[in-house]
Design a protein around this ligand. Structure first.
Ligand code: XLS
Ligand code: MG
Length: 344
């Protein structure tokens, strides 16, 4: 039976084009307007940062947060959308300047944990049990500023608090090797999976693999996905593309290296990713040069590219592939794949 894929993205993927060297170049769309775009673009899942879901959450008490989240759930229902995950945004508040869970200031560490527990409360109201943890500032600019062993223990303590907060929530760690910090403590899929085994309930800790983050670590995203699949840890994905080891580009899926994208689709489809409700999540940004009225093409294009690559994957003559593998004729297999990608 073939998987029918469902697609998701986050409201931050419709973006005003600001970068570290220049301001916004497109007007902001309201959150309500963004929500209306999902279905026409072919997406049914919404990825949330906690404060995308409940703006101003730091100023609300538990009841206030739940009420706002319940209102959002009704709006999602009205648009025919579901929440895929909620991610605590632990990188903008002044209390997270030196990291969240690994901050050297105990009050800041306490804030990061409290904020994460509130993100779980929001997720439960939105009827999702998946929490994504991008550990943006859990790392250092200079090694001497923190103790790397103690930092890993702090992250484990924070995750254990989250796991204890609700018995059904699952945590997908999104590894990234650098940016915004110089060096992150959980840079790769392997680190994230190993970290999960230090936690109180490893079965509820997995990964969100972002293609670009794997490339930034000098790794192949499809092999990272295979590693996670072998561990039954691929809770979700952030597909996109990345032109080499530089700043995080979040380019449209397949737009830089089509064969690398093909191999991600191949490994996901071959091993039944999506059959337990996992989404094909995108994490992509329109180029800064794109005009406002055409600034969602990266979303439709990425989905189209995924589905076209899926046709290529499923259209391969597996007997020929197997015969070439048996012959160890990888030169011919190479040409066969390239021809398939060129539509021949
Ligand atoms: C940033 C992250 C993004 C979200 C989730 O690189 O890719 O996934 O912010 O927290
Ligand atoms: Mg991401």
């Amino acid at each position: 039976m073939q998987t029918r894929y469902r697609f998701s993205f986050g409201p931050w993927n419709i973006h005003e084009g600001a970068d570290p060297f220049g301001p916004a170049v497109r007007e902001s769309l309201s959150f309500a307007d963004k929500l209306k775009l999902f279905r026409p673009l072919g997406y049914e899942g919404v990825q949330f940062h906690d404060d995308d879901a409940v703006p101003g959450m730091n100023d609300l008490d538990g009841a206030g947060i739940s009420k706002k989240a319940a209102e959002l759930k009704a709006r999602l229902d009205g648009e025919g959308l579901v929440a895929e995950f909620v991610a605590p945004r632990l990188w903008e508040d002044p209390r997270t300047i030196d990291g969240g869970y690994t901050s050297n200031d105990p009050a800041c560490r306490a804030y990061a944990i409290e904020r994460s527990l509130k993100a779980i409360d929001i997720a439960l109201e939105l009827d999702t049990k998946l929490i994504v943890l991008w550990l943006a500032r859990e790392g250092t600019y200079i090694r001497e500023s923190k103790d790397s062993k103690r930092s890993v223990e702090y992250i484990v303590e924070a995750i254990d608090r989250m796991l204890a907060h609700h018995p059904d929530i699952r945590i997908a760690i999104e590894p990234k090797p650098n940016e915004p910090v110089d060096v992150a403590y959980i840079p790769t899929t392997g680190h994230a999976i190993a970290l999960g085994h230090l936690c109180a309930d490893p079965s509820r800790v997995g990964v969100n693999i972002e293609s670009a983050h794997a490339v930034l670590a000098g790794l192949d995203p499809s092999d990272e996905m295979g590693f996670a699949l072998a561990h039954k840890k691929l809770f979700t994905v952030h597909l996109n593309d990345q032109n080499g080891i530089k700043f995080d580009e979040d380019r449209s899926f397949g737009s830089i290296d089509l064969r690398r994208a093909f191999n991600q689709v191949r490994i996901l489809d071959k091993h039944g990713y999506g059959r337990n409700g996992e989404f094909i999540g995108l994490d992509i940004k329109a180029m800064r040069t794109q005009k406002l009225d055409k600034s969602t093409k990266h979303l439709s294009n990425s989905r189209t590219i995924f589905l076209k690559l899926l046709e290529v994957v499923r259209g391969l003559d597996q007997r020929t592939v197997d015969a070439l593998i048996a012959e160890r004729d990888y030169e011919e297999l190479d040409l066969l794949i390239i021809n398939a990608l060129m539509g021949q």
